[in-house]
Design a protein around this ligand. Structure first.
Ligand SMILES: [Zn+2]
Length: 245
């Protein structure tokens, strides 16, 4: 299953959205693509609220991202984020905006979300920034980038998302190791589960749910056993390294 919206899904699986709305305004590109987790979230919101959604910023190439002063780690650069507003203007009301941000925090693919509150993001106006969870493990570089994003989101590590498993990333994966029952590590656990499944280690019926239960622990143990690692069911530096390979 692709992690990016396919051309034939615009207007069908996502009836209220067009690819054009997500293109970079300078080069009309969407890079590698727009994340399905982002569109799943936006379409569900559109259907639930019955309100038209306008996208003010979707994909940004690095040139455009610099131009608008976006963060160097911005999820807009990987097609995982959108700034949007309701066409009825209801998000001009701060309380409505804040309530929607809180609502979005409980959605399945939530990674990060914010809006302008008392002028703290003046350029955002009435828009909401929603950043979806995407775990792209297609290449070693993407696997590391996805891990870095997850570590930043869950533990505010402030890592540069450069796809290189250097000393800082290694240390962050070690200090924030995963274990049975670990809380507030949703993005990190989703990264782990995605990778385990890909490598043939089932994490049970619930799949990629961001929760480290017994099925995930067993998958980790099987993986460790078959890769000559200490079989403790904890995901520290050595297990991270082996999962990235
Ligand atoms: Zn561009």
């Amino acid at each position: 299953m692709s992690k990016y919206v396919q051309d034939n899904e615009w207007g069908t699986k996502y009836p209220n959205f067009k690819k054009k709305e997500f293109e970079c305004p300078c080069c009309h590109s969407v890079g590698k693509g727009i994340a399905t987790t982002l569109l799943d979230t936006l379409q569900e919101l559109r259907t639930k609220k019955g309100k038209s959604i306008a996208i003010s910023s979707g994909y940004r190439c690095s040139k455009q991202n610099k131009k608008v002063g976006g963060a160097s780690n911005s999820a807009h650069l990987i097609g995982a984020a959108a700034d949007f507003y309701f066409e009825d203007g209801s998000l001009a009301n701060q309380n409505t905006r804040v309530a929607l941000v809180n609502e979005l925090k409980n959605t399945k693919y939530y990674h990060w979300c914010y809006c302008n509150v008392n002028g703290n993001y003046p350029n955002m106006g009435a828009a909401i920034h929603f950043d979806s969870n995407i775990v792209d493990t297609s290449t070693r570089e993407e696997r590391v980038k996805s891990l870095q994003r997850a570590l930043n989101a869950d533990y505010k590590c402030g890592l540069v998302v450069d796809g290189s498993f250097g000393p800082k990333t290694e240390k962050a994966s070690h200090n924030n190791y995963l274990y049975l029952g670990k809380k507030e590590a949703t993005n990190h656990i989703k990264w782990l589960q995605t990778r385990l499944i890909e490598l043939g280690y089932s994490v049970g019926k619930s799949g990629v749910d961001g929760s480290f239960g017994y099925d995930t622990q067993n998958a980790v143990k099987r993986f460790q056993n078959e890769h000559g690692l200490q079989v403790d069911g904890c995901v520290g530096k050595a297990t991270h390294k082996a999962l990235i390979k």
